[in-house]
Design a protein around this ligand. Structure first.
Ligand code: B1M
Length: 210
């Protein structure tokens, strides 16, 4: 199935067409993963390129993001498996100063679909809130997302603050987002890095010994 209609609809920020073309692709038997990778993620990468080249500005990025959010709601049940018992608890959020949440939401969807209980703290999450929630919930994993080179350092402060808590010694911390990598994870003392939402599930499984 040709994903270019969806790809173009994402770039145009055409919410209705995004939703419609996802429904159509599913009806024609396209796999949810192909829709995600070849339509949505490819479309957002192009939006980023247009922004970098000065053809798009923040409002265009915002309408594209809103259209993708609606589309992900349609795709969500197809990306997830049904009837799975919780396999562990995960607190997730985008770090302080950072408002990007599409990648984080995708990671949440995939982890939830793999049977993990997700507590999503949203975007622009202060280090203190990560620690407060972790102390309240005793999660198996704290998952941090950042999309900006200016906010990725806030991950270091969360890792340090969680490590300072004796009662959270067993809690693993994972990071992800475009500007971060395995080296950065090692540097700040995180337990793992993943480049995308599918890898995040594999990483958490591995850290949980599954
Ligand atoms: Co922003 N933005 N943005 N933006 N934005 C980027 C990130 C940018 C690369 C664009 C560019 O210049 N090419 C650039 C960052 C440059 C840098 O720091 N190096 C940028 C900028 C500069 C900005 C502003 C500063 C612009 C301005 O105001 N002048 C501003 C900052 C606001 C803030 O956060 N304080 C800003 C604002 C925005 C919008 C609000 C308009 C909107 C976000 C809306 C929203 O998220 N609700 C937006 C968007 C849409 C983008 C781009 C175009 C798309 C991001 C996206 O959703 N990608 C982006 C360009 C790009 O990425 N090509 C850009 C799709 C998503 C599926 O991918 O988020 O990478 P991604 O997530 C992936 C992986 O990274 C990974 O898995 C996901 C799925 O596979 N992953 C994890 C992510 N988190 C993970 C966590 C994990 C594991 C994996 O474990 C915990």
């Amino acid at each position: 199935m040709d994903m270019n209609v969806l790809f173009d609809a994402v770039i145009d920020g055409n919410k209705d067409l995004v939703v419609q073309s996802i429904h159509e692709a599913l009806a024609q038997g396209a796999s949810p993963d192909a829709i995600l990778q070849n339509g949505i993620i490819r479309g957002m990468a192009e939006v980023g390129r247009l922004f970098e080249e000065g053809e798009y500005f923040v409002p265009e990025m915002l309408v594209a993001a809103r259209a993708v959010k609606e589309g992900l709601q349609v795709l969500k049940p197809y990306l997830q498996m049904a009837d799975i018992q919780p396999r562990g608890k995960i607190i997730i959020g985008t770090v302080k100063g950072d408002l990007h949440d599409i990648g984080k939401n995708l990671v949440s969807i995939m982890l939830e679909g793999a049977g993990y209980q997700i507590i999503d703290l949203g975007v622009d999450v202060d280090t203190d809130l990560f620690v407060k929630k972790a102390l309240e919930e005793s999660p198996d994993v704290v998952a941090l997302s950042a999309l900006l080179t200016t906010t990725m350092m806030n991950m270091k402060s969360v890792v340090g603050a969680i490590h300072d808590q004796k009662s959270l010694k067993g809690t693993k911390i994972i990071i992800g987002g475009a500007p971060v990598n395995q080296n950065f994870a090692d540097e700040i003392g995180a337990d793992g890095f993943s480049a995308d939402a599918n890898q995040a599930v594999k990483l958490v499984d591995r850290l949980r010994g599954a």
